[in-house]
Design a protein. Structure first.
Length: 410
């Protein structure tokens, strides 16, 4: 595979994902992508005709996020008609998969350049709008295997790994504290731009979800988010969701429900793009690379517990790059739930001080299809700021998958 270079990464702020209330809630998701594309083109003085393709990760591809949002966003942005686009759904890994898809084309020599990214307007197209659940409502599959909601899976992992409510709350507090420090230090400023309204006024310039005043006492006072859900009788013989999950893990007698709204990822709106190309393309475009992609990988895991695949995906990417865990300076492990980075760190023996040093999705929010591309941009910025070399970005994915990408600063 030829070298694939990253020339820039840019994102919107993350707005609260509440209908009519968040800072981005009045913006069509196509327009969020259009503004992101155009802001990148402006700041890089990019000749748009030099871009071959645009890949967009989006999880809930219905309503305003349907109709191949990648292509329609290009049209909305008034980019050249010759630039093509396609849309990807790998659940929460969609944004990073979109980046990796473009990188794969460039590395294989089938394309010179492209943009990967993602979008999710959770205020306008809420989770569940596709009415498909994780299994697409496949009743025949449910007779053999019932894929429970991810919150049940997260609590099952915490139970089996021995992570207590106090453990996950402490992780959540750390995420908020690190994000607050990063915001105060303007660590996100390079990759963040202000989304504007049609009249030119600023709609949102900063991330809305972080709560710098979070305390352990406040977190401890929140109710377990998935305990009531876990007790719902939904199986063919009136089994509860907890019981259905435990059918795959009979050695676990009871699920301890430890995740809450305070130690799980926030529901937000957002978009992100990552500009990539070959070395020759960069010279032609007059751009200097910021990083190169060292390796990419996906991995599968047991689909009921679902969220444990970041560790094998990361290990596979490391093996492909000829690297060890200790060779990675910074880890971005998506905080879909607190237990995910905690379990990944435990499985791989990662130094906690290298993980999500500027906070994660618990504090900042998780705009499903965009998060992977956002995390990659965050990693590049932090490598440059801290004068470090390598980063690994990984996310858990519904249905028992993981995705990982290793980058090296240029």
């Amino acid at each position: 595979m030829a070298d694939v270079f990253i020339y820039d990464a840019l994102r919107t702020p993350r707005g609260r994902g509440k209908a009519g209330k968040g800072g981005l809630a009045n913006h069509h998701p196509q327009e969020l992508l259009a503004q992101t594309l155009n802001h990148m083109a402006e700041r890089k003085k990019l000749d748009k005709n030099l871009v071959d393709d645009f890949s967009v990760g989006c999880v809930t591809q219905v309503k305003e996020q349907g109709a191949c949002i990648a292509r329609v966003a290009l049209i909305a942005a008034e980019w050249p008609e010759e630039v093509t686009g396609f849309t990807i759904n790998r659940f929460c890994g969609s944004g990073l998969e979109a980046v990796n898809s473009i990188a794969s084309k460039i590395g294989a020599g089938f394309s010179d350049s492209g943009i990967g990214g993602g979008v999710e307007s959770m205020s306008r197209v809420p989770m569940g709008s596709d009415e498909a659940m994780l299994d697409g409502n496949n009743m025949k599959l449910r007779e053999r295997l019932f894929l429970v909601p991810q919150g049940i899976s997260a609590d099952l992992i915490a139970t089996r790994e021995g992570f207590s409510r106090s453990d996950v709350d402490k992780f959540a507090l750390s995420s908020q504290q690190k994000a607050a420090r990063a915001i105060e230090g303007k660590r996100f400023a390079n990759s963040l731009f202000a989304v504007k309204n049609d009249d030119g006024s600023v709609a949102l310039a900063t991330d809305e979800h972080p709560r710098a005043d979070t305390t352990l006492e406040g977190l401890a006072g929140l109710k377990a988010a998935f305990e009531q859900m876990g007790g719902m009788p939904v199986g063919p013989n009136k089994e509860t969701l907890d019981q259905l999950a435990l059918l795959r893990y009979p050695d676990t007698k009871k699920i301890e429900h430890v995740h809450t709204g305070g130690n799980s990822s926030g529901i937000v709106d957002g978009a992100a793009v990552v500009l990539m190309g070959s070395a020759e393309w960069g010279k032609k475009a007059g751009l200097k690379p910021r990083a190169r992609i060292r390796a990419m990988a996906t991995a599968g895991a047991e689909p009921v517990i679902m969220l444990t695949a970041p560790a094998p995906a990361s290990k596979k990417a490391l093996d492909r790059a000829g690297m060890k865990v200790s060779d990675i300076d910074l880890w971005e492990i998506n905080e879909a739930f607190a237990v995910v980075p905690m379990q990944t760190a435990k499985a791989l023996g990662i130094d906690p001080d290298r993980i999500n040093v500027n906070g994660g999705s618990i504090a900042l929010g998780h705009p499903l299809g965009a998060t992977g591309a956002i995390l990659l941009g965050t990693a590049i910025d932090e490598l440059e700021r801290s004068n470090k070399s390598t980063a690994l970005i990984t996310l858990c994915i519904g249905g028992g998958m993981g995705i990982a990408t290793i980058i090296e600063r240029v």
